[in-house]
Design a protein around this ligand. Structure first.
Ligand SMILES: [Fe+2]
Length: 337
């Protein structure tokens, strides 16, 4: 964690001082701009060891990195753009900052629902935002297996729900996906139903899960890996994941992913790095954060494999990107804060 903060400080310095972003201008180095702030070191170190090609990376927030790539244009020192949200990947592609790749390896490794239809970015790790419940308070047969998120608007859940605040990007992507599936008015009905049920809105997923464990809420929606983290320390937690929408369109997921920067001077090696991350490098990239590999040939770590298999809804990155503003507006209209 300390290393992440240091790296972020270096970014800020480079941005304000206008000096070169990276330490070296060695040609046999892949350079990554990353909005993902965790689990890069182990993966890149393993890659360097295996291939002899080292990787330098620079953290930043997404808006900052997009602006930087646009401003640098063909002078960019970077080869790969990586980030944690499909909406952000879509935005980078939309701005023309990423090259379409012709890669049979990536086409085989990354399922269609987790990559750009135009091959400009590929998901590399998967996180699921699903229902979590306290088994002492809820029988899973109470959930609507077809439309689980919408089902939580049913009055039987009154006074029993905890959810994440509206400023959080995970919440915004989930609501954008509800708009994508149900239309604005349909999604508004759902979110108003949660509000009518007196949903307790909280500032982070860990607090939400601890509240479910303590009996303060019966049911919540969080990312799966926060439960994995807590279970590492306390395997007896009273929280169980329920895979949403398994008789419908599948659980809501998002990806961390990457693409080759259109103005990269080293696109072949950049592509090779992404191919490695999607194949041999999957576990080194996903396991530290308890995420699922996108590649179906790769086993998830045992802790999250224990949550059971699930079907997920294909990512509509355009919706996550395009509908974000509507999602924010919808929550305000519903009184969901
Ligand atoms: Fe997270």
């Amino acid at each position: 964690m300390r290393r992440s903060r240091l790296a972020a400080a270096v970014v800020a310095l480079a941005l304000t001082a206008g000096c070169s972003a990276f330490a070296s201008d060695d040609e046999d180095v892949i350079r990554v701009y990353s909005g993902r702030h965790y689990d890069l070191e182990p993966a890149f170190e393993a890659y360097a060891e295996e291939t002899g090609v080292s990787v330098e990376f620079l953290y930043g927030d997404d808006a900052e990195l997009l602006e930087r790539m646009k401003a640098e244009g063909e002078d960019t020192p970077a080869d790969v753009f990586m980030t944690v949200d499909a909406g952000n990947l879509w935005l980078a592609a939309q701005e023309g900052l990423l090259s379409p790749l012709n890669s049979p390896t990536l086409a085989a490794a990354v399922p269609e629902g987790l990559r750009d239809p135009g091959d400009r970015w590929y998901g590399l790790s998967l996180r699921a935002r699903t229902v979590m419940y306290n088994p002492a308070a809820v029988d899973p047969s109470e959930f609507d297996a077809t439309d689980t998120y919408a089902g939580l608007a049913d009055p039987k859940w009154e006074g029993r729900l905890c959810m994440r605040d509206s400023t959080n990007s995970y919440t915004q992507s989930l609501i954008a996906s509800l708009i994508d599936v149900h239309g604005y008015d349909g999604a508004l009905d759902i979110v108003e139903g949660w509000v009518d049920n007196g949903v307790d809105i909280m500032p982070n997923d860990v607090l939400i899960l601890e509240t479910v464990d303590a009996g303060g809420c019966d049911v919540a929606i969080t990312n799966h890996y926060y439960l994995a983290r807590l279970l590492e320390d306390n395997p007896d937690m009273n929280v169980v994941p329920y895979w949403a929408n398994q008789e419908g369109n599948g659980v809501h997921v998002n990806v961390s992913g990457a693409g080759v920067i259109a103005e990269s001077d080293n696109p072949e090696q950049a592509q090779q790095l992404i191919e490695w991350l999607a194949t041999k490098g999957q576990n080194s990239f996903v396991d530290g954060n308890h995420e699922y590999p996108v590649n179906r040939e790769v086993q998830p770590e045992p802790l999250i494999a224990g949550f059971g298999e699930f079907d997920y809804a294909p990512i509509n990155a355009k919706a996550y990107g395009d509908l974000n503003a509507q999602a924010v507006q919808l929550m305000a209209e519903a009184g969901y804060e």
